[in-house]
Design a protein around this ligand. Sequence first.
Ligand code: FES
Length: 107
Amino acid sequence: MQLEAGAVRNRTLLAIAQEHGIPILFNCEAGGCGACVVHVEPASPGGCRAPLTEDEAFLLDAMGKLDEGLEDDDASAPGPRFRLACQYLLSGDDDIVVDFTNDMTGA
Ligand code: FES
């Protein structure tokens, strides 16, 4: 699915998924439960650059899904592989492929 930048800017990945009938599992919608973890890859070089929120980084780290080295804030790094769909605020410039299993043990 391809969405125009203006339609997604400053909205969460979970909100966009819900709007389009994509069944990403969720619970708290506040970055506290991990139910909405998804796997995100850039669809093109530099395609996944939205920064992690503090709450998102904390929970992903607790779940063992925070990639090492992300705290270095390296602009050339590919970005985190796992995100919380309820916390991932789309910039409108995101060019990403999202994968999810909804099994609470991995994306
Ligand atoms: S729904 Fe709980 S962390 Fe996203």
